[in-house]
Design a protein around this ligand. Structure first.
Ligand code: HEM
Ligand SMILES: *[C@@H]1O[C@H](CO)[C@@H](O)[C@H](O)[C@H]1NC(C)=O
Length: 497
């Protein structure tokens, strides 16, 4: 017998079970919170979900402008009407809440169905976050890895974007992701694997598979989830392919005892993870998954962000001279170093503004209430409610940003404030592309180094423009995620002036 009939029987059964288990009587407990995409009857949550999927930014904007200081709710797959969005005033409450109250980990785990797809240990013991903080993004380590990162980046640029007298047409997203995958993996696994096309292909692919896998598995009730992962997602296959690339390297490195002094010990993410791994984490399988998870968090986020920056620069090449002037002055003084990057305030501001103007999510700071919770304005939400902050609306709020719908690349560099308050990596209740508070992205200091170097290198090396002048193709929204335009192209040639 073929696999197909079993598959259909399984999917049909699961769908029935899912429908039956959806009609839960707990929706009333959020009746005091206004709704967008409603009315909020449980049986209509599928309609609300589809509405949110197709026009999330509109619904979020509607809620944001109607309920400026309070909260509103909407529906989302697997969550019914239990998703609450907080106004700017209440973001501070979300930041202050403990992990036992509003949990980052529970929210991400459910969104990605990570316990089922990648396994429960990544959530139970997120030691990679510590490793990123202690070994990747300290000032010292960032200065240390700079020259390797720069070397890899230049190598990738030479291969992918020729410096020629005539214009060359380059696919923006594809090229950016290739450069970032290689550059980041130079620091994650080193040479030669970071240049292996199959390995980079896998990391690109795996992010997508894990994300889609999460969406699929979310539709199934608990008992069917493990089977759904195996039959309907590519995640197990990705882990298996990851093993093919990493097994040999990891086995070799595991032969060294923890704490052993060892000549030529590699200084990369994989080694830091091995050094930080305790007990069951110190196995090939666990380490492969951990590496895939780090790439999952790192590659697409960074690539989409830079694709937006590149398209915005190509649409506004009039900003090139100001960037060049700054980069050349900094490099004259400091060479291509991390110290030079610290002087590049316009480059930094350009990227910060890119994330404000065209950041990759319409929401940020996703949390799940593990206990009943009361906001500082007195609003109550029961345990089990999901909470988000409306980053897209917040970043386009005229009360916070002057001319919010205009891309103003140096808006954060022109302030008289010479401090660190408006640096790309600085989060606040007004600026949340990296979240804010305890779980704010630990990779952002690395992102800043990587993306500032890329933007600076492009500015001093190439002239760039869009094929057709006008607004750049910044992608479209699917639910609250910004999906880049995969066809968008940018023209490059050797810099003329
Ligand atoms: C432009 C690129 C990036 C963006 C926009 C971004 C954004 C975010 C956001 C919004 C969060 C959640 C914060 C919250 O809910 O409060 C987060 C968490 C995280 N990010 Fe990033 N990220 C980026 C790049 C990276 C990179 C390069 C790495 C790894 C080197 C990384 C590793 C992580 C990890 C491990 C977490 C989870 C933190 C925790 O468990 O506490 N990210 N990121
Ligand atoms: C990584 O961080 C840990 C914890 O701070 C530290 O003990 C270890 O020496 C670091 N490893 C490297 C290679 O810097």
């Amino acid at each position: 017998m073929g696999i197909l009939p079993i598959f259909y029987a399984f999917a049909g059964l699961a769908a029935l079970y899912a429908l039956a288990s959806r009609v839960r009587p707990n929706w009333r407990s959020l009746a005091h919170i206004p709704t967008v995409g409603g009315p909020p009857f449980p049986i209509l949550s599928y309609i609300g979900t589809v509405r949110f999927f197709s026009r999330a930014t509109e619904l979020l904007e509607e809620g944001y402008s109607k309920h400026k200081d309070g909260l509103f709710k909407h529906a989302e797959a697997g969550r019914g009407w239990r998703v609450v969005v907080c106004s700017p005033k209440l973001i501070e409450d979300v930041r202050k809440a403990s992990e036992d109250q509003l949990s980052f980990r529970a929210a991400t785990n459910e969104a990605l169905q990570a316990s089922y797809t990648i396994g429960p240990s990544v959530q139970r013991n997120p030691y990679h976050v510590q490793v990123i903080r202690a070994n990747l993004t300290t000032n010292e380590s960032l200065s240390g890895i700079f020259s390797d990162m720069f070397d890899e980046m230049i190598h990738a640029f030479e291969k992918l974007i020729p410096v020629t007298d005539d214009w060359t047409c380059i696919n923006a997203h594809e090229t950016v992701i290739d450069i970032i995958c290689r550059t980041s993996n130079r620091i994650f696994v080193g040479l030669p694997l970071c240049r292996n096309e199959g390995y980079c292909e896998l990391n690109k692919r795996f992010t997508f598979d894990l994300f889609i896998g999460g969406l699929i598995v979310n539709w199934f009730p608990k008992v069917f989830k493990p089977t759904a992962v195996r039959l309907l997602t590519n995640v197990p296959n990705g882990i298996c392919r990851g093993s093919n690339y990493l097994r040999g390297i990891i086995e070799e490195r595991l032969e060294h005892e923890p704490g052993e002094k060892w000549e030529d010990k590699p200084n990369d993410m994989l080694q830091w993870l091995i050094d930080g791994a305790q007990g069951e984490e110190r196995s090939v399988h666990a380490l492969v998954k951990r590496m895939l998870v780090v790439n999952f968090a790192a590659i697409h986020t960074t690539s989409i962000t830079f694709t937006q920056a590149l398209l915005l620069l190509a649409a506004h090449p009039e900003h090139l001279p100001a960037l060049r002037e700054e980069v050349e002055a900094a490099v004259r003084e400091e060479g291509w170093t991390k110290a030079a990057l610290n002087r590049m305030r316009r480059v930094d501001s350009f990227l910060r503004e890119t994330q404000r103007f065209a950041g990759l999510g319409a929401i940020s700071m996703a949390r799940k209430a593990l206990q009943d919770f009361t906001f500082s304005d007195g609003t109550f939400i029961p345990a089990g409610t999901f909470v988000d902050a409306p980053s897209h609306s917040l970043h386009h709020d005229g009360r916070i940003y002057k001319n919010p719908h205009i891309f103003d690349p140096f808006r954060f560099a022109s302030s008289s404030d010479e401090g660190t308050r408006y640096q790309m990596v600085a989060t606040s209740t007004d600026y949340i592309p990296f979240g804010h508070g305890r779980h704010a992205c630990p990779g952002r200091f690395f992102v800043a180094i990587e993306l500032k170097t890329m933007l600076a290198h492009i500015a001093v090396t190439y002239d760039i423009k869009l094929e057709r002048a006008g607004d750049p193709p910044l992608g479209r929204w699917i639910g609250a995620s910004l999906v880049p335009d995969r066809k968008a192209e940018v023209l490059f040639r050797k810099r003329r002036d």
